[in-house]
Design a protein around this ligand. Structure first.
Ligand SMILES: *Cc1c(COP(=O)(O)O)cnc(C)c1O
Length: 360
């Protein structure tokens, strides 16, 4: 039976990448060692890390005045590192609330700063992206933080806020590398690796260099972006195996045509699944405003929790795994990251049609 893993994260990785890692597991390129066993300061690992960074820079067309940092601590650590580094003596930061991850970023920032919530979609159960015309921006804000893709609610921006001189900060944990991004429009982009990049344990930060070096001197060394920027992410031992795996994913993306091609594939996959939901005569329901539906994370519900339980059980038996929605919202959620093949989405919608027919 072919298995398709729809987990929101840690998530599916390209099979080719896993096979390559398997082949290189005991002896990386004739070094006689596994990547896990290498010194992070040795020439072998330095070449792996440099290649990974160069490939990411090429894929995302990252301008030279941006640093790429390979950190740890997940997106959660960035929820505090961002205010601690980017407030730069200012009194307030702007945040957009579009769902669970925005809320977590906001509550952490409130420990360090006044937070101005410029827009909030909780009036409609976090099911839409608030119209930019309604945002109450503060031109003196230290930065504006938003979550381009809400992994739990399935709400995704298909536009980029224009905040003028206020640096734009984005939590791209669940949609980085899924579509082209104009990096120059952002002050900082961050992402936990375990959705669309590689294994858990690695956190990617792309930060404009003028935003580095303004932290309070009492800030712990490890939390200062400058520490990591000045030491090419090797101040301490970085997550070496995660960087290696991310590098293999970047090469896979390049071999497959890059991010523009990925975007076309992701649109096609999302269209198939939303099409199945919308043509089910209400048997399946997606609560998200149509224009703001995520290509990466597709939440949907059935008319009763009993039916949902049956759906999940039967899907599991068919090799369609991890379709349960987040514990905070229930229902179902199918995550369609880059590594999910279109065949997986076809298998899912075939099953959905059968299930709907059997339970109409
Ligand atoms: C998964 C996720 C997080 C949390 O990531 P951790 O690596 O577990 O800290 C934060 N933001 C978004 C948008 C996510 O999808």
């Amino acid at each position: 039976m072919t298995i398709y893993n729809f987990s929101a994260g840690p998530a599916v990785l390209p099979k080719e990448v896993l096979l390559q890692a398997q082949a290189e597991m005991l002896d990386w390129h004739g070094s006689g060692m596994s990547v896990m066993e290498m010194s992070h300061r040795g020439k072998e690992f330095i070449s792996i890390a440099n290649q990974a960074e160069a490939d990411l820079r090429e894929l995302m067309a990252i301008p030279a005045n941006y640093k790429v940092l390979f950190l740890q601590g997940g997106a959660h650590m960035q929820f505090s590192m961002i205010p601690l580094n980017l407030l730069r003596g200012k009194l307030s930061a702007d945040y957009v609330n579009t769902g669970e991850w925005s809320k977590k970023a906001i509550s952490e920032a409130k420990k360090f700063s006044y937070v101005n919530v410029v827009a909030d979609n909780s009036d409609k159960k976090c099911s839409y992206v608030p119209d930019f015309k309604t945002w109450k921006l503060d031109k003196n804000a230290a930065y504006l933080h938003f979550t381009p893709n809400e992994t739990i609610g399935g709400v995704e921006f298909n536009w980029v806020p224009n905040t003028g001189d206020v640096p734009l900060v984005a939590d791209m944990s669940s949609n980085i590398l899924s579509r082209p991004v104009d990096v120059w429009k952002y002050g900082l982009i961050y992402a936990g690796a375990q959705k669309n990049i590689g294994p858990a344990g690695l956190t990617l930060v792309i930060v404009r260099d003028d935003l580095i070096g303004h932290a309070d001197p009492r800030l712990p060394t490890m939390m200062d972006f400058k520490t990591h920027a000045d030491n090419d992410s090797m101040y301490n031992t970085p997550p070496t195996f995660g960087i290696y795996m991310a590098g293999l994913v970047f090469q896979w993306l390049k071999r497959n045509g890059g991010i523009g091609v990925m975007e076309q594939r992701n649109i096609a996959k999302a269209d198939i699944l939303y099409g199945a939901i919308d043509s089910s005569d209400g048997f399946y329901h997606c609560p998200v405003n149509v224009a703001d539906r995520s290509r990466m994370n597709v939440p949907f519900t059935l008319r009763s929790t009993e039916l949902e339980t049956a759906f999940l059980k039967q899907a599991d038996a068919r090799g369609l795994l991890q379709l349960k929605g987040h514990r905070s919202v229930g229902g179902m959620r199918a995550s369609l990251y880059n590594a999910m093949p279109i065949e997986g989405v076809r298998a899912l919608v075939d099953f959905m049609a059968e299930f709907a027919q059997a339970n109409a």
